[in-house]
Design a protein around this ligand. Sequence first.
Ligand SMILES: *[C@@H]1O[C@H](CO)[C@@H](O)[C@H](O)[C@H]1NC(C)=O
Ligand SMILES: *[C@@H]1O[C@H](CO)[C@@H](O)[C@H](O)[C@H]1NC(C)=O
Ligand SMILES: *[C@@H]1O[C@H](CO)[C@@H](O)[C@H](O)[C@H]1NC(C)=O
Ligand SMILES: *[C@@H]1O[C@H](CO)[C@@H](O)[C@H](O)[C@H]1NC(C)=O
Ligand SMILES: *[C@@H]1O[C@H](CO)[C@@H](O)[C@H](O)[C@H]1NC(C)=O
Length: 449
Amino acid sequence: SLCTAGSNIFASVRENSPVGQFISHISIRSDPGANTVRLCLTGPNANWFYLEGRTIRLNSSASRVLDREVLGPFLIAELTCYEDDIKQSHYRILVEILNENDNKPKFLEETIQPFSISEVNSVVFTVKAVDSDGDMISYFIDQSSDAWFFRIDLPNSGKVVLSKPLDYESRTRLQIIMWAQESNTEEKFNISTVLTIDIEDVDDQYPHFLPCTPVSPRVPICMNPTYTANITGKQQDSVLEFSPGPIRARDGDRGINAPLMYTILSDNHGRFVMDNRTGEIQVEDRLKYSVATVVVRVLSENSFPPVFNATTFKGFIIQSSSPASIVSTYGNQVLQVQVSDQDFSDQGVNPNIRFLLHPPSRLYQVTQEGVLIARTDQLRAFDRHILQQVVARDEESGEEASASVDIEVLQRGQAQQLFGDVDSRLAGGIAALILLMFLSAFLFLLLRF
Ligand SMILES: *[C@@H]1O[C@H](CO)[C@@H](O)[C@H](O)[C@H]1NC(C)=O
Ligand SMILES: *[C@@H]1O[C@H](CO)[C@@H](O)[C@H](O)[C@H]1NC(C)=O
Ligand SMILES: *[C@@H]1O[C@H](CO)[C@@H](O)[C@H](O)[C@H]1NC(C)=O
Ligand SMILES: *[C@@H]1O[C@H](CO)[C@@H](O)[C@H](O)[C@H]1NC(C)=O
Ligand SMILES: *[C@@H]1O[C@H](CO)[C@@H](O)[C@H](O)[C@H]1NC(C)=O
């Protein structure tokens, strides 16, 4: 038979080949059409071929390209040979479509949706791209944008790990550009996508008291303020006013703002109470706390100014060559200027009083006990000195009182006339006292100058 000597056909053709591309010879004995021989293509993919004598060619067109990704890897057809319309032989045709890299990788939409990760997470996410040509894909992160937060462990995995801790308090959203690229092809087709990652706040920050003073412009850690309030001893059941005030704290986790509870950690005598809803220790996590110092200055209640018990104090001093002596009263006692302050029940003694001479004198000093000391060797007998203002100043309230001191400078003999022989024992006593005072005054002056 003219139809004999053929065989099943196994061939291959490149994907996207043009129309007329040679597929295979048919090895039958006679040319079809020459005699009564007729060839016929049938089967599922028969319309992908046409016959040209004893040659099978590809039947494609611009609008019908040979696409392996659509058709699958093989074309299957059958060839039947008729002689005088009688079927003489039957052959199978199997043509493999050789893959061409005609597709770019594509990210799977579901793997590149915006998503959130917790700021204390070290976990990872995975992006996935596919390539219709079945090519291998490598992933990498574009070095622009927020790439430095992430890295890819294995280039072919698409698994992204954190390379740097996240911090909601500094960034709440990150964006990275991911590339997927063919790794086993010459063309190395690629594709990119922008990934949006929202950071979720986690309760990881300590609360801090307000106002927040950053440790430095670069270190955003708050230094807690010291709150100060002044009260007087008589205040009771009153709300203290603090400076800076009021006492307030804020959760460091801006996105969470956990409720805060305030408590006094130490208060020596339990004199203060604090409303726990307007202060600071986190309710859920008592390990997250912040401590601020509160200073309450208890001021003595001040209703009365200090008062001198005389407007003018009178005294004398005996001229001598000693550098310093104490001014005495005519009652032969040490002259001591004194004030009383009715705010103080203890005999009106205000411990905060300080004496000073105004204007300061070259010849006299006043001690903190109100005793006046003269530079005896610089005085002239018969002189009279009036110290216009001895000032008593309450160092706490700042209140002042003043009095004057009238001092006569006597000669040694004059003192004897004044006190007479009767008082000689007393005068001796004065002399001894003055000597004693002189010693202490000398020490005082030594310290002072
Ligand atoms: C070639 O393909 C076209 C388009 O599908 C079809 O109309 C035609 O019949 C095919 N030719 C053969 C010989 O099968
Ligand atoms: C992606 O492919 C384009 C060409 O299509 C090329 O210009 C570009 O450099 C490639 N990108 C990367 C990251 O390889
Ligand atoms: C408390 O008193 C001091 C002086 O006694 C004053 O400097 C300070 O401002 C006062 N503080 C407040 C909060 O009133
Ligand atoms: C806060 O104080 C109130 C009233 O003193 C008390 O009932 C409540 O238990 C306190 N809350 C906490 C969390 O200690
Ligand atoms: C002033 O008061 C003190 C004590 O309170 C007293 O010792 C002194 O004698 C008084 N002086 C005068 C001038 O009243």
